[in-house]
Design a protein around this ligand. Sequence first.
Ligand code: SIN
Length: 297
Amino acid sequence: MLTIERLSGPFGAEITGLDLNTELDTATFDEIVEALHRHAVICIRGQQSLTPEKHIAFSRRFGELEVHVQSSFNLDGYPEIYCITNCVDEKGDALGLAEAGRVWHTDLSYMREPSRCSLLHAIEVPIDEDGNPLGDTLFASCTMAYEALADEMKERLCKMQAIHSYRQVYGRIKAKSKPGRQGLKDLTEEDFQKVPPAIHPAIIAHPHTGAPILFCDFGTTESFVGMGQDESDTLLEELTAHTVRPEFVYAHKWHGGDLMIWDNIQTQHFAVDDYWLPQRRRMQRTTVKGPAPQAAG
Ligand code: SIN
């Protein structure tokens, strides 16, 4: 029997009483989708035995899956699963990307059709010497952030567009990589050409709820269309500081077996870097394609 309860932050909910290794009926799946749109992030607890096949099959019910451009971090035999981990094999080679999500971002906003939602499965969660989980993921509500903007800023932004690029988020994460960590591989100009930048309205309407959303993020947004780089950087920093104010942020403390689903359209997220081997963090993500963003109003 499925139970949905609010999480302890300003938004988000947790779901218990589900086993995603079994086929869910349509009514139950619809309840999950409704909860996702309403709460922006939902954590389905207790999925320790979720297999990659079932993770993919459940994710596909939300839409077509993306295969990440950094293909060396995709799970062997399951290209739809992107491995986020600080763990290495016996030769010391990375089993996934350790540095994913080290800047505030929305998954795949650099695509013409960014991601609708991502589903991250916690296989191993690092803990400190007192047994407390490390490696939290922070989520910010871009709906709440929009609501709290001054009217003049809302009016200004609703006429603007932002350029989002993979080169930007790659560069920002690379700059934060720590020596000794398995970070991003070096990409060539040809690699970047495969993922050209995308232009989106700065304020978009949620495709299901219609709510207006502030849609630009520090990680991926390169600049605002028609604005000089310095002015653009200043505005982006101001909007990021606004969006990640504590009253709009939920910090998720992971438990092994959590399957966290976040609505990429109405949130940004950030992975906290506060653990180090032998503290092991092993996560697997699927990423669901979404529609091209539409301007609000
Ligand atoms: C990400 O998907 O950006 C990484 C999130 C995390 O590992 O906490």
